[in-house]
Design a protein around this ligand. Structure first.
Ligand SMILES: [Mg+2]
Length: 382
């Protein structure tokens, strides 16, 4: 079998799908994207296609190594996301060629289902109670919300009180019938992370995510030494070579590699295994589309340390399209009591409505994340 063509489709809400065709008629789909930089990833995918066209898609390991090591400069958000989506599509082709789901090719199931959690409350965490109530009614008992709005390097007690208030209201309304993680979103700087975590501790969040940015990763073990709350990070780390540093330094309780950013299935299975060796949990990051989610689920179902799966149904970013809009076999993604079942169709197990993809790709706008500024006009982290 030979790869004959790579086609990219930028799509609402902020996604990109990749279709890889072969000379035997088998087609694979993947989702290479960096939210807000889809065109840059698209260019990288097409640069890789110079090599990929004419190659045997079955040699995923070798193709991955060529894409990673074949260029003198490697790594980073753009290149690793391009590799990730290509890798997903190659696994999709392999599964379809052999007639088995990807999890079978990775050694088979370690669990029967996996808990999913739901985002609640949008970019600014107000009015989350009603959101949680609605989501509980459809089976979710685990949630994630932003831990705070923009916060200065040193900031005032009103901001802290606002953040704590939201969380206190959730515990008051639901007691311990639900769990929730708090995403600091890299908005918080090291001096305030200590303050905020301490104030939030009494409300027992399930985890604190990106308490500081990945480029401040040396603070993860320092913050972990000062709190009993599990610390999660990883959506802005792109390979084993970055994850090894945080695992070695200690401090993280949950790794959150993104299957569309960190080199795809091939790389994230290895990252999951590295985490297991350190007794660290896995919770793949996935605020993206159905192909990214499918890739996450295949890794979750073969990784004993996977604990829960993020998914983007109803997420505040999904303006213009929802998680399953482009999926034909929507029923395979239906959840029972907030849990996903394995995707059992060959390959990734996602049947794409290609006609709709082609149609909607013609109206795709370039999504950008908001640019936040502090009251004094300087740039704040979003
Ligand atoms: Mg996050």
């Amino acid at each position: 079998m030979k790869i004959t063509k790579l086609t990219t489709y930028r799509l609402p809400p902020r996604w990109m799908f990749l279709k890889i065709e072969t000379d035997e008629g088998i087609v694979g789909w993947g989702e290479p994207v960096i939210e807000g930089r889809a065109r840059s990833v698209e260019a990288a995918v097409h640069e890789f296609s110079d090599y990929l066209i004419g190659q045997d898609p079955a040699r995923i390991n070798d193709l991955w190594q060529v894409m990673y090591r074949g260029g003198f400069y490697r790594g980073g958000a753009i290149l690793m996301s391009a590799i990730a989506g290509i890798d997903q599509a190659l696994w999709d082709i392999k599964g379809k060629a052999l007639g088995v789901p990807v999890y079978q090719l990775l050694g088979g199931l370690v669990r029967d289902n996996i808990k999913a959690y739901s985002w609640v409350g949008g970019d600014r965490p107000a009015e989350v109670i009603e959101g949680i109530r609605k989501l509980r009614a459809i089976g979710f008992d685990t949630f994630k919300l932003n831990g705070c709005e923009e916060l200065g390097i040193i900031d005032n007690s009103r901001k802290i009180d606002a953040a704590v208030n939201t969380v206190a209201q959730i515990r008051e309304a639901f007691g311990n019938q639900i769990e929730f993680g708090l995403d600091f979103h890299g908005r918080v700087h090291a001096p305030m992370a200590k303050v905020l975590i301490k104030e939030l501790e009494p409300y027992r969040p399930l985890f604190i995510e990106e308490p500081v940015l990945a480029e401040q990763a040396e603070y993860y073990p320092r913050l972990a030494a000062q709190t009993h709350l599990p610390i999660a990070a990883g959506e802005r780390m792109y390979s084993r070579f970055e994850f090894k540093r945080v695992l070695d330094a200690g401090g993280l309780a949950i790794l959150q590699p993104d299957l569309s950013h960190a080199g795809g299935i091939t790389e994230c299975v290895k990252i999951a295994s590295m985490a297991e060796a350190y007794d660290v949990a896995l919770a793949p990051h996935c605020p993206l589309g159905p192909l990214a989610l499918a890739a996450c689920l295949h890794v979750d179902f073969v990784s004993r340390n996977a604990v829960f799966q993020e998914q983007s149904m109803g997420i505040h970013y999904n303006k213009g399209a929802e998680l399953l809009d482009y999926v034909v076999n929507k029923e395979d993604f239906s959840m029972s009591n907030g849990h996903f079942a394995p995707l059992n169709k060959p390959g990734l197990g996602v049947e794409i409505n290609e006609q709709l993809v082609i149609e909607r790709s013609q109206q795709a706008t370039d999504w950008r994340n908001p640019l936040w500024r502090y009251p004094d006009g300087s740039v704040a982290e979003w």
